[in-house]
Ligand binder design. Structure first.
Ligand code: F6P
Length: 515
């Protein structure tokens, strides 16, 4: 680690361990302009990070850290198509999928596949035969499209979209009776086309389609020989390149279910929103750069204040799958313990991410976030204008979101609690000074959703750059897959191989196998 970088980390640690480092209320008391000084906008999206303990000094230290870690140089390397995913030997070019022109060969490839996706989508809509599309895929081949479809679908849309991910066939048995095989298009989305769960589900759905399978199955993949072996002809394969990571793939052919369900113009607007955020990320100075600021806030929480979890609360029911998408995006990218060079990172990396839509979360885990000894930073995502006519419901929703963030900040002193209920004062005290950021969209539409998701993608990139980890590999998912491959034949044979597993696993195998 360079001397400047180690000095920058040391300064952050010094600031984080100073008395009162986590206090937020005094920052508001000292600065009536704090909201405007600690919030930024891009194309109608507002990021408010004033309800955090970022002081001017902390922000300056974080920006110095970002410069010492060469966030700008690493950002430029990704944009020009360098092999930044070194453990897999790949460039990282999901920005090309939404209009980034920095790598002409990638841009040309994207344009060719997009033209085919568009023609296919418009042909399906013109024929009008299919009412439903089922996307069979898991992880990045499911979560992004499933999240966006739930976020943007409305009753005026051309088709219904369904997502089949889990190898648990209860999922398929729940979905199957709702579908007519003659009117259902099936997309098998898998970058590798080898994922066990997806291939198992694709075979179940193929059987169910019966005579329709030959004409109604489409593949979204990088593996042309795999799709051919499955029986899908090349004209019904929509490819993408290995420089699209699974959790960054909703913008690629993996997003075909979105184009079919929402219509091509909506898919284009989704890409346009993400592209607008790409442009902002690539060209805005660090101090005004929304993804960078979001990353610096997280770095402060994790490395300055030792807070290793974060809750994501979208106050919009349509965004109910956003936490699930972010769980993969953030934890698969940043759940790393070694640097790009393979050395221990030496500090905490990606926090645990979880979430639920507000207001449901308030009646679930918010107790812990208000009163447990360890603060959990929160991302509140609010949408100013609804797309329904029930203004009163929407005001209640917004009032709750705003109130939760305000309550976390303000707290309730022991004296206030004692004045209300003397016997329960200790129970009814709220410590306050609990950090949150708020992201406010004017409306939830394809453009703003594209911006929002790309905001988080670039935040993840920035944190990867700060920590020096590879945010684009996922070796940690491999060991379990290998062990499942060893256990499966033993379950098929009806008995574990004695001594092949730890005692607990062997005991549990005997239990699940007994009558
Ligand atoms: O869980 C690991 C993983 O490789 C994810 O990164 C990926 O999104 C998912 O599996 C699905 O992979 P594929 O698209 O190749 O089926």
């Amino acid at each position: 680690m360079g001397e400047t970088l180690s000095t920058a980390w040391a300064e952050l640690q010094r600031l984080g361990s100073a008395p009162g480092a986590d206090a937020i209320r005094p920052l508001f008391a000292a600065d009536p302009a704090r909201f405007s000084r600690f919030s930024r906008r891009s194309d109608g999206l507002l990021l408010d990070y004033s309800k955090t303990a970022l002081s001017d000094a902390v922000l300056a230290a974080l920006l110095a850290l970002a410069r010492a870690a060469d966030v700008e140089g690493k950002r430029a390397a990704m944009a020009r198509g360098d092999v930044v995913n070194t453990t897999e030997g790949r460039a990282v070019l999901h920005m090309a999928l939404r209009g980034h022109q920095g790598v002409p060969a990638a841009a040309a490839d994207v344009a060719a596949v997009k033209a085919r996706m568009r023609a296919f989508t418009e042909q399906v809509h013109a024929e009008g035969r299919f009412t439903d599309v089922v996307n069979v895929g898991i992880g990045g081949s499911d979560l992004g499209p499933a999240m966006a479809a739930r976020g943007l679908w409305h009753h005026g849309c051309p088709m219904r979209a369904h997502y089949l991910a889990n190898v648990d066939a209860h999922a398929w048995e729940t979905l199957r009776p709702t579908l007519d095989p003659a009117r259902t298009l099936v997309l098998v989305g898998s970058k590798t086309f080898t994922t066990q769960e997806t291939m198992a589900n694709a075979n179940l759905v193929k059987q169910w389609l019966g005579v329709h399978a030959a004409g109604q199955m489409v593949a979204l993949s990088t593996n042309m020989s795999g799709t051919a072996a499955f029986g899908i002809p090349p004209e019904r394969v929509f490819p993408f390149k290995d420089w699209v990571g699974g959790r960054y793939s909703l913008w690629s052919a993996i997003g075909l279910s979105l184009a079919l369900a929402l219509g091509w113009p909506a898919f284009e607007r989704l890409l346009a929103g993400a592209h607008a955020m790409d442009e902002h990320f690539l060209h805005t100075p660090l101090e005004d750069n929304l993804p960078v600021l979001l990353a610096l806030v997280e770095c402060w929480h994790v490395n300055g204040l030792g807070l290793n979890a974060r809750a994501v609360l979208p106050y919009d029911e349509r965004l109910r799958r956003l936490p699930a998408h972010l769980q993969q995006l953030e934890m698969e990218s940043l759940g790393k313990r070694v640097t790009l060079a393979g050395a221990p990172v030496g500090r905490d990396t990606g926090p645990v991410v979880f979430g639920e839509p507000g207001t449901n979360a308030q009646h679930s885990f918010m107790q812990l976030i208000h009163q447990s000894p360890r603060p959990v930073p929160v991302d509140f995502i609010l949408v100013a204008k609804p797309d329904h006519p029930h203004a009163d419901s929407h005001r209640k929703l917004l009032a709750n979101g705003l109130a939760q963030a305000a309550a976390l900040l303000r707290g309730k002193t022991l004296a206030e609690a004692a004045a209300e209920t003397p016997a329960l004062a200790a129970h009814r005290e709220f410590p306050g000074d609990r950090p949150s950021v708020t992201i406010l969209l004017r409306r939830l539409d394809p453009f703003s959703l594209g911006q929002l998701v790309a905001l988080y993608e670039h935040k993840v990139f920035t944190l990867g750059a700060l920590w020096g980890v590879n945010a684009f590999d996922q070796w940690g998912v491999e060991l379990g897959k290998v062990l499942a491959g060893a256990i499966l034949p033993e379950l098929e044979a009806g008995a574990p191989t004695p001594g092949a597993h730890d005692g607990s696993t062997e005991g549990l195998m005997r239990e699940v196998l007994r009558d």
